[in-house]
Ligand binder design. Structure first.
Ligand code: RIB
Length: 301
């Protein structure tokens, strides 16, 4: 079982000829909306990967559609509370190469309550996972409770904030970062990430694949990225994180969970949108068999 204290955003996508510079005004060529938020995307990915997922979060009076959208992906939304604060949203600006810039209005994501989190996590069992990111409030409260229930904790350091990462080091079993966040951590602390006092570190590197570090055993597993026609990278990291935790929670070997996560992330970049671009497990398995037939690389140590 996976519990996920995570953000729920309305994503507003603006297609632009290029990303906006300082002081510049640009006209969008298209605008679309959909379910997003790093937390919601991770929950959707984990559920589509076949895991049982309970999302813990908050939406505003305007957020019923978001709760229903999550439910539509088979995510348990009984612990998505109704807040008086408006539902969060994100302005996602996309260029022609699929690169993005994102501005977030945090809204109800910062209106979590320790009580509501405790009510959800009271059902946590040893071996269950708690996923956390940086777009909500009360991550440390949730981590403490999960640790008390002997659950495993996966923390995505996104959006990056060095103090938030440091606060989570006492609790996280798995720290997930992209290459930019990993560099920011090392620059701001002067500490090497592989020296951190945690069990596992996952660094996703976009088209350069990902590396999984078992820091206790001193072992690194590299997973290549798959080559696809990318049109939108938004949410690819969330897809990777959701799939990898789903795989581990279902008892897959790390290499297999990483392979599925890398495939799911690649496929998600071939479609526009965030939650709506995440593939289900059948699609991922079909993609992997086709890659296998073409001799694509397996994860290796
Ligand atoms: O990681 C992508 C997500 O970041 C988007 O869905 C947006 O809502 C922001 O949270």
């Amino acid at each position: 079982m996976i519990f996920n204290l995570g953000s729920i955003n309305a994503d507003y996508f603006y297609d632009l000829p290029r990303l906006v510079g300082p002081g510049e005004t640009l006209s969008a060529t298209a605008m679309t909306t959909g379910l997003g938020g790093k937390g919601a995307n991770q929950s959707v990915a984990a559920a589509l990967a076949g895991a049982e997922v309970c999302h813990i979060g908050a939406v505003g009076p305007d957020g019923d559609w978001a709760r229903e959208a999550l439910r539509g992906f088979s995510v348990d939304v009984r612990h998505v509370r109704q807040s008086d604060v408006p539902t969060a949203h994100a302005i996602v600006m996309l260029d022609r190469h699929g690169e993005n810039q994102i501005v977030i209005f945090p809204g109800a994501n910062l209106d979590q309550t320790p009580d509501a989190i405790a009510k959800a996590l009271v059902n946590g069992q040893p071996g269950d996972w708690l996923m956390l990111q940086n777009e909500t409030s009360h991550q440390v409260d949730a981590a403490k409770l999960a640790q008390a229930h002997d659950m495993k904790i996966a923390y995505s350091a996104a959006p990056f904030e060095v103090e938030a990462v440091q606060a989570m080091l006492l609790y996280a079993n798995l720290l997930i970062m992209n290459a930019v966040e990993a560099q920011q951590y090392e620059d701001e602390t002067g500490e090497g990430l592989t020296k951190l006092p945690i069990d596992h570190l996952l660094i996703t590197r976009g088209k350069d694949g990902a590396d999984w570090h078992d820091l206790r055993a001193g072992k690194t597993t590299l997973v290549p990225a798959f080559s696809v026609d990318t049109i939108d990278t938004t949410g690819a990291g969330d897809t990777f994180a959701g799939y990898v935790i789903a795989g581990l929670s279902k008892g897959l070997a790390v290499e297999q969970a990483l392979g599925q996560a890398s495939a799911a992330a690649a496929i998600s970049t071939t479609k526009k949108g965030t939650a709506d671009a995440i593939p289900d497990l059948d699609t991922v398995l079909e993609f992997l068999s086709a890659q296998d037939a073409n001799g694509a690389l397996d994860p290796h140590s």
